[in-house]
Each structure stands twice: as structure tokens, then as C-alpha cells.
Design a protein around this ligand. Structure first.
Ligand SMILES: NC(=O)c1ccc[n+]([C@@H]2O[C@H](COP(=O)([O-])OP(=O)(O)OC[C@H]3O[C@@H](n4cnc5c(N)ncnc54)[C@H](O)[C@@H]3O)[C@@H](O)[C@H]2O)c1
Length: 201
């Protein structure tokens, strides 16, 4: 049996990203055997009943709740993934700060710069460890690129061109989700995909 410290995880929202976070937590031990801690999937929160059922039946969570506030109030939850649609990030992140839980919030942190600043300020003031879902940063090729730039091997960089090729939102027959609403997403593709490009640059 593993003697590693177990860190209790709560995942808020079980759409595309929430499920991916859940799968990723499960593989931490396999991918990073040198760590002396592993994730324990304690609670998932999603208002959709099927998502909650999948959480406990398929994704390995011990329990599931409809309201994310119950997840944040759970003493066994030590760290949180916030994978909700963009318009809920600020509200949930501020509630996580209030609950004193370190969190990873998916990008973008809010639907406006003001929202993102409020979250950053609250988390920093509370001294919480946080991260934003700019996951491409950690791809080995990108880290090596960063090393090349920082070491000066490529000289002074004056221009960056980013291509981000994705078609998941391209079908006119696809469902009209929060992503297609400026109010709920914050912006269009600039927010959804180009934010990764700006972050990498
Ligand atoms: N880092 C990346 O590469 C990456 C990739 C895709 C999406 N994202 C980000 O992840 C976030 C989620 O995107 P997605 O594609 O997984 O969305 P999605 O539409 O697939 O899933 C959203 C989920 O949120 C749930 N939800 C709705 N209201 C809720 C509430 N009040 N409380 C809790 N859950 C609620 C829905 O039931 C659904 O399960 C977005 O911020 C998006 O920008 C990041």
C-alpha cells in the first residue's frame, strides 16, 4: 500500500476540463513517481445530475455535490480545480479564497481584467498557492524554447507569431453553449484560445 501523503482534491464542474483534471489527478503517481504525495479525489461539484453520477461511478470521486459551496466547505478538500464556465470563475475563486483552499482556476481567470485582478489580489492577500490553466507552458518542448529564449541563444525576440489550430467549436450545428456568449465567455476566440498564445509569448 502506498505510504505517500494523500491530498484531498475537489473538482468544480465536470465538463471537458473537469473530467480532464480528474483523469490527470489520477495519473499523478504514475507520471511523477518522485513526488511524496498523491491526489485523492474527494468531491466533484456540478449542477447536472448525470455529471455527478459519472463523478462517483466512472471518475473515481468519493462523493458529488450539486452546489460548489458544499465542496468548498468540506474539510477533507485541501485543493480545488475550478473548471466552470468563465462567467463563474470570479465568484467561485473568491469563495475558494474565503474558504482558504488553494486552487487551480481554468483560464481566463474572469470575463474581464477587473475580475481577474480581484481574484489575483484576494488570493495573494490570503497567501494562497494558486495556478491558472495555461497548461501548455509545461510541455517539455515549450520549456526548452523558454530556456533558449532566456539564455539568449536566439538573440533578442522582436516578434512572435502563434498559430493555434482547433476545430472543436467550428460546426454551425454544434450546441449554443456559454462559449458563444460574450457575456458568459468574456470574449470570443481571443479569450478562449489566443489567451494561451499570449501567455506563451
Ligand atoms: N486550459 C485549457 O487548455 C482549457 C481547455 C478547454 C477549456 N478550458 C477552460 O475550462 C473551463 C471550462 O471549459 P469546458 O470546455 O470544460 O466547459 P464545458 O461547457 O464542457 O463544461 C462546463 C461544466 O460546468 C458546469 N456548470 C455550469 N454551471 C455550474 C455551476 N453553477 N457550478 C458548477 N458547475 C457548473 C456544467 O454543468 C458543465 O459540466 C473554461 O474556463 C475554459 O476556458 C481550458
Amino acid at each position: 500500500m502506498s505510504t505517500k501523503k494523500k491530498i484531498g482534491i475537489g473538482v468544480i464542474s465536470l465538463g471537458w476540463m473537469g473530467r480532464l483534471h480528474a483523469r490527470s489527478y489520477r495519473t499523478v503517481s504514475e507520471r511523477f513517481p518522485e513526488l511524496d504525495a498523491e491526489a485523492r479525489l474527494v468531491v466533484a461539484a456540478d449542477p447536472i445530475e448525470q455529471a455527478r453520477r459519472a463523478a462517483t461511478q466512472d471518475l473515481g470521486f468519493e462523493r458529488a455535490r450539486a452546489d460548489y459551496r458544499e465542496l468548498l466547505a468540506d474539510p477533507e478538500v485541501e485543493a480545488v480545480s475550478i473548471c466552470a464556465p468563465n462567467y463563474l470563475h470570479e465568484e467561485i475563486a473568491l469563495a475558494a479564497v474565503e474558504a482558504g483552499k488553494p486552487f487551480w482556476v481554468e483560464k481566463p481567470v474572469g470575463v474581464s481584467a477587473e475580475q481577474a485582478r480581484r481574484v489575483a489580489h484576494a488570493a495573494t492577500s490570503a497567501g494562497l498557492v494558486t495556478a491558472v490553466g495555461f497548461n501548455y507552458r509545461h510541455a517539455p518542448a515549450i520549456e526548452y524554447m523558454r530556456h533558449l529564449v532566456r539564455s539568449g541563444a536566439l538573440g533578442r525576440i522582436t516578434n512572435v507569431r502563434v498559430w493555434f489550430i482547433a476545430d472543436y467549436n467550428s460546426s454551425p450545428l454544434g450546441p449554443l453553449t456559454w462559449r458563444a456568449s460574450r457575456k458568459r465567455a468574456g470574449a470570443g476566440v481571443v479569450c478562449d484560445l489566443m489567451s494561451h498564445g499570449a501567455d506563451l509569448a
